[in-house]
Structure formats: structure tokens, C-alpha cells
Design a protein around this ligand. Structure first.
Ligand SMILES: Cc1cc2nc3c(=O)[nH]c(=O)nc-3n(C[C@H](O)[C@H](O)[C@H](O)COP(=O)(O)OP(=O)(O)OC[C@H]3O[C@@H](n4cnc5c(N)ncnc54)[C@H](O)[C@@H]3O)c2cc1C
Length: 391
């Protein structure tokens, strides 16, 4: 029988087989380990999860949409979104680690030259994963307010500054970094650089504070510090001053995958709530027999499916090369707000057990919150949607 995900995303047979492989991998390696790692301190959690990330990347789960001409599988965005939703069902931290590779590779696929794309895809196909370095202490929502500088010296640029909250910072094989080549120009003074090496292979680059987070604890987030880091001018993405535009275009695409990851949380919370409602007996029958519980489940299902259609709609627009910024912002908002709502209701349906660490709902409830904050807060998404709506 066709499952709802296969039908929803209209998967080809090859991708259905890949979905099955991914499910088997996650069932065996991610499902329980993700819960165990979530309960550990940051370092022990990383030690448990790192070999699993390595194995997933060796199997190419970080590389579904690498184009065929570069040696990849060439899956469509819709297909990789479906696979991401599935991986995130098992653990959103796992899903974000994989999808942050799409965020990190975006500046190269959008603004890079052919040589840079070739190197990027070689790294990814060899199992490498990347980090997107934009945010700083004083440049959060106001991303154009960066203080990291890149000063030209002959055929090189010297980068100085600290990037904050960088997903995959400690484990990345390549970094896309945005730095000011002319601060006086504001956002037009930003330039992007593609550093195709691990932190410890680049003199002056280091990992700063590693964050201890409320949710998606299996996604590694840190500062990335640049102290007189000398990069060749050939590492520049596009031209000087194009960095902000490249970063914003990258974030448009990333909002779709951010939405897909939040959908994984919605579906998992719904599935757990349904299973509990059918097995938990009170007043002589399963609580699922109560209309109140069924109405909750109905609204949770409706919110999940509505958000999924919005994620798919934005994905379709992206694939059709039509402007999709507004729809990507709507999809990200809808899916993240749905995940907050659905997990909250699922905890309620679980009763006291929903509040306990040894049941998965409590983790989902923590995992979902970040989706309303990163890749542009939902307030900023509403600014984008509102501005375009008025236009
Ligand atoms: C776990 C995690 C992973 C991350 N990964 C990455 C990454 O890989 N790469 C990267 O570059 N960054 C990353 N970030 C950074 C993330 O994108 C920022 O945290 C986010 O953009 C918000 O910035 P801020 O935290 O500084 O909040 P602030 O900008 O300080 O905002 C605080 C509050 O004010 C609101 N606000 C601000 N300005 C306005 C306005 N004009 N109108 C209305 N409301 C406003 C915000 O919506 C928010 O509610 C990550 C963050 C986290 C927590």
C-alpha cells in the first residue's frame, strides 16, 4: 500500500527505495541513539552521534540533490524534501545537521563559479558537510550589521571576526563565510567566501564556544572564530559586495528545508499521540474514543497536512524557477507554528507521561521551538510576507 508521504510527494520508484533504505538506517541507528544523546552532556552527545552522521554522509544522505553532471543522484528538490521530512521524523537534530548542508552549499550553488561548484560537490560526495556563517553577536535579525571583516592584501583576503550560533560549526568540512569588505556600504559591503577545509586545517580558524541547547541537541552549534585567516581571492563567491544578496537567496531556499524538518516533528508528534490515544484506557475504553481527543487529533492532522502542502507549493515554485520568497517564508512560518501547536497538543494527549523524559513527546516539544527562531525568525518572515502582500 502507498504511504501518505510517497503519495504526497509523488515519489519515483528509485526514490521510494531510497526512502525505505533511509527509514531502515534511521530506525536502527538514529531513533534510540538520538534520545540517548539528547540526555547527555554536549560532548558525550557529540561523541555518540558523530559516527552516525559520518555513516549517513558516507551513504550519501547529505547529497541527494547533487546534480548528475557532478556525479550525484540528481534528485529533485521535492524528492530531497520528502527524504528530509522522513529523517527529521526520527530526530530533528539529525535532520537539521543534514539540511544545514543545503544551507551551507547554497552560497556556492547560487553565487559560485564552476570550479567552486566542482570542489563543493567533491567534498559533499566524499561525505563532507558544511556550515553557513552569517550570524554575529550584533548581527542577528539585522544580518547586515556584521563586524567580521575581509581586507584585501594582494591575491588574498585577511578575515577577522567571530560568527555565532553556527550549525555544524564543530564538524564541517567546508564553510561559507560572509564578511565586510566595505563596512561603510552596509549590506552592500558584504562579501561571501567559500573555505573548502575543516577548521583545524586553516591557520587562524578555530571553534569557539559550543552551545548547550534546549532542543535539537543532536545538531552541533558553535562560534567559528577567524583570526587573521588568509584566504585566496579565488575563494570569493561572485564579486565584492554581492555577499548579502547571495546569503538572502540562500536563506529563501533554506526556509523550504527548514519547513520540511519541522514537518518531520509534526508527523512524529501526531503518530505518537495517535498510538497513545488508542492504547491508553480510561473510564473503561481507549481515550481515542472520546470526541474531544479525536477533535484534537483532527486539528493536529489538519495543521500538519496544511503546512506540508505549503512546503510542497514553495518547493514546486522553486523547481519551476518562479519567484518563491513569499511562499518559502509562509511555508517556514506555517510548518514551524504547526510543529509548536501539534507537539503541545500531543503532550496534552499523553497526559502526565507527556511531561516525562522517558517518553519521546517531551523531546519533540523542546525540539520544535527553534524552528520559529532560526533561518529568519517568524517575526521577520511576517515582515517579508506582509511587505510582499502589500506590494
Ligand atoms: C540553534 C541555532 C542554530 C543556528 N544556526 C545558524 C547558522 O547555521 N548560521 C547562521 O548564520 N546563523 C544561525 N543561527 C542564528 C539565527 O538565524 C538567529 O538566531 C536568528 O536570525 C535571530 O537572531 P538573534 O538570535 O540575534 O535574535 P534578535 O535579532 O536579537 O531578535 C530577538 C527578537 O526580536 C525580534 N525582532 C528583531 N528585529 C525585529 C523587527 N525588525 N521586527 C520585529 N521583530 C524583530 C525577533 O524576531 C526576535 O523575536 C542559529 C541560531 C540558533 C539558535
Amino acid at each position: 500500500m502507498m504511504t501518505s508521504l510517497e503519495y504526497n510527494y509523488d515519489l519515483r520508484d528509485e526514490v521510494k527505495a531510497k526512502m525505505k533504505e533511509v527509514e531502515e538506517f534511521c530506525e536502527k541507528n538514529v531513533k534510540q541513539n538520538a534520545i540517548d544523546a539528547d540526555a547527555m552532556n554536549v560532548e558525550d552527545g557529540m561523541n555518540l552521534m558523530n559516527p552516525i552522521f559520518d555513516e549517513a554522509c558516507k551513504r550519501g544522505y547529505n547529497a541527494f540533490d547533487v546534480p548528475k553532471e557532478y556525479g550525484g543522484l540528481g534528485y529533485t528538490k521535492m524528492e530531497s524534501v520528502a527524504l528530509l521530512e522522513k529523517m527529521s521524523w526520527y530526530d530533528a537534530g539529525f535532520g537539521i545537521t543534514i539540511s544545514a548542508n543545503g544551507l551551507a552549499s547554497g552560497p556556492v550553488t547560487i553565487g559560485g563559479n564552476d570550479e567552486q561548484k566542482k570542489r563543493l560537490y567533491e567534498i559533499i560526495l566524499a561525505g563532507g558537510i558544511g556550515a553557513f556563517c552569517l550570524t554575529e553577536e550584533n548581527a542577528g535579525c539585522d544580518a547586515s550589521n556584521g563586524e567580521t571583516t575581509a581586507v584585501k592584501e594582494g591575491d588574498y583576503y585577511i578575515i577577522n571576526g567571530t560568527k555565532k550560533f553556527i550549525t555544524n560549526g564543530p564538524m564541517a568540512s567546508y564553510y561559507c563565510v560572509f564578511a565586510m569588505t566595505d563596512k561603510s556600504k552596509g549590506s552592500k559591503g558584504y562579501t561571501g567566501f567559500f573555505i573548502d577545509k575543516k577548521v583545524d586545517e586553516v591557520e587562524g580558524m578555530s571553534i569557539g564556544h559550543i552551545e548547550d541547547k534546549m532542543g535539537i541537541r543532536n545538531s552541533q552549534v558553535s562560534e567559528v572564530v577567524f583570526e587573521n585567516v588568509k584566504v585566496p581571492a579565488s575563494a570569493m563567491l561572485g564579486s565584492e559586495g554581492e555577499g548579502f544578496k547571495i546569503a538572502m537567496k540562500t536563506l529563501d531556499v533554506a526556509r523550504i528545508t527548514c519547513g520540511a524538518t519541522a514537518l518531520g516533528i509534526c508527523q512524529r508528534a501526531l503518530d505518537e499521540a495517535v498510538a497513545h490515544a488508542k492504547s491508553r484506557v480510561q473510564f473503561g475504553g481507549p481515550i481515542a474514543n472520546n470526541e474531544v481527543i479525536q477533535f484534537k487529533l483532527a486539528d493536529m492532522n489538519k495543521a500538519t497536512e496544511t503546512a506540508r502542502q505549503m512546503v510542497k507549493y514553495a518547493t514546486r515554485m522553486y523547481m519551476d524557477h518562479v519567484p518563491f520568497s513569499t511562499e518559502a517564508a509562509m511555508a517556514k512560518c506555517a510548518a514551524s507554528d504547526a510543529s509548536a501547536y501539534v507537539t503541545q497538543e500531543a503532550v496534552q494527549i499523553m497526559g502526565g507521561n507527556g511531561f516525562m523524559h522517558n517518553y519521546p513527546l517531551e523531546k519533540l516539544y523542546r525540539d520544535c521551538k527553534i524552528f520559529q527562531i532560526f533561518e529568519g525568525t517568524n517575526e521577520v518572515q511576517r515582515l517579508v510576507i506582509g511587505r510582499n502582500t502589500v506590494k
